[in-house]
Write a protein that binds this ligand. Structure first.
Ligand code: ATP
Ligand code: MG
Length: 455
């Protein structure tokens, strides 16, 4: 066992005043019951750098059943790794997990059928605080704040890397990324979010292993792909993913052109312009529907396909539906999107197309106004207008109409099946999405483990 670097209260900026009061209560009750009680992971990193944490996770040497007994308002969750959720008013959850160590035989998310069992057992290995720090992904995510002493405990060199502004894996990145390729996405995401550099060995390892990211469970990867968009640092994250070859590995349709070469007028150029607008909206506090985010992500690919198809004016409504099936279905399949979301995204993209050529005052607009996807499509149009400079007038008119109460929330409905013209490019029929459903079920099974991993 090694001794951590200890930063006493006077040498770090974490004040109890910045810690969520319910998380503080949890820490104190564990401490008073004689257990170790640390704030762990992202919250320590964020507090150390003056940011507001998204959530406050607690690490302890109390076992799940002991935690359960200590907190009436708790439940033990997770199959692979059991941890406790302490529930507070307003749906707030403080996650408390027992220190654990890296499983001896990591099979990875991508493990073949049958691995689950092994993972369940191996993931449930409790460990010391040091082992718990060492199993985490990056040094900046491996710090502890000890409620007993108000000190920050550093087993992994995280304090120094926070000062140097470096994203570095705990241990050899070649090993850590092979164990869990999603960590490559996370490395870039933290670098983009915090404006940190990735360490040289991390960058080299990603360059070597970037294709392994496709081995990770699709729902988990999709979460990583959407998270930065929801939180307002999509542009820089996608830029790093693109430069690192990760985007190309996951979604070649989007990542085919590196950001550096993403000239205006190319699919990648439009993608990055749209991402910038998504971030701008987010920074104003505007929430963007999931279907709009995905539609924005897919729009450049759809445009590419339309362009290849020939002049849009020559494409009938049936052909547009076909193009949407052909472009969106393969992406949705690889991302293991739930079927209802895929349907909604196609509706949004189709409605978007109609909005560009109609105004709310036009006679034909009434039918559009009744569409459940109108709001999401108008949001997409307004992103596109800002990103490209086109359709500004249409966007302004539709935004105003929506503000005045036109349209309702997006509902799920089946996307109309396009009548296939003779010789048309074949596309997966709705049934073709079955593999995604299958994988999604797998994903759900895995999810407890996924959400358990963080804490
Ligand atoms: P945020 O929640 O703000 O996005 P975070 O660092 O809290 O950032 P989470 O995904 O909530 O990220 O994970 C919590 C902690 O769990 C991380 O700080 C890290 O210590 C650990 N962790 C998460 N994912 C992994 C992983 N794939 N491998 C190893 N450790 C991980
Ligand atoms: Mg977190």
């Amino acid at each position: 066992m090694s001794i951590p670097r200890i930063l006493p209260r006077a040498e770090h900026p974490i004040s109890r005043g910045y810690i969520d009061p319910d998380a503080l209560r949890v820490l104190y009750r564990l401490h008073r019951a004689g257990f170790k009680a640390y704030l762990v992971g992202g919250s320590v990193r964020d507090l150390m750098t003056g940011r507001t944490p998204k959530d406050f996770d607690v690490g302890t040497d109390a076992r799940p059943q002991e935690i359960r007994r200590l907190f009436r308002n708790s439940r033990v969750i997770g199959r692979r790794f059991r941890l406790a959720h302490i529930l507070f008013e307003g749906g707030k959850v403080v996650e408390v997990s027992t220190f654990r160590k890296t499983p001896d035989a990591v099979q990875g998310e991508q493990g073949q059928e049958g691995d689950d069992d092994l993972l369940i057992r191996s993931d449930n290995t409790f460990g010391s605080p040091e082992e718990d720090a060492l199993r985490r992904d990056f040094t900046i995510n491996g710090l502890f704040y000890d409620i007993a002493t108000y000190a920050v405990l550093d087993f992994v060199g995280g304090v120094e890397d926070l000062e140097r502004r470096v994203v570095r894996t705990i241990g050899d990145p070649l090993i850590r990324f092979r164990e869990d390729p999603v960590r490559m996405l996370r490395a870039c995401e933290f670098a983009a979010r915090l404006s940190f550099e990735m360490s040289e060995d991390v960058r080299a390892a990603i360059a070597e292993l970037n294709r392994e990211v496709t081995k990770s469970a699709a729902p988990r990867v999709t979460e990583e792909l959407l998270d930065p968009l929801r939180r307002g640092w999509g542009h820089d994250t996608y830029r790093l993913w693109s430069e690192a070859g990760l985007l190309d590995a996951l979604l070649p349709e989007l990542g085919g052109v590196g950001a550096a070469r993403a000239a205006e007028g190319t699919a990648a150029g439009l993608l990055f312009a749209l991402l910038r607008e998504v971030d701008a909206k987010r920074s104003l506090g505007t929430r963007i529907e999931e279907a709009t985010l995905l539609s924005a992500m897919f729009l450049p690919v759809v445009f590419d396909a339309v362009r290849r198809h020939g002049p849009l004016s020559s494409a009938g409504p049936g052909q547009i539906l076909l193009i949407l099936e052909d472009t969106v279905n393969p992406l949705a399949l690889r991302m293991a999107l739930p079927n209802h979301l895929t349907q909604t995204v196609k509706h949004v993209l189709e409605t978007f197309g109609r909005l560009t050529s109609t105004r709310p005052a036009d006679p034909g607009a009434r039918r559009l106004a009744g569409r459940p996807y109108l709001k999401a499509a108008v949001a997409l149009l307004s992103l596109y207008a800002r990103a490209s400079g086109r359709y500004r007038e249409a966007a302004a008119a539709w935004e105003e109409a929506v503000e005045q109460g036109l349209g309702s929330q997006a509902l799920a409905a089946p996307f109309p099946v396009a009548p296939a013209p003779p010789g048309a490019i074949s596309h997966p029929a709705p049934g073709g999405l079955a593999p995604a459903r299958k994988r999604r079920r797998g994903g759900r099974r895995r999810r407890p483990q996924v959400s358990a991993a963080p804490a």
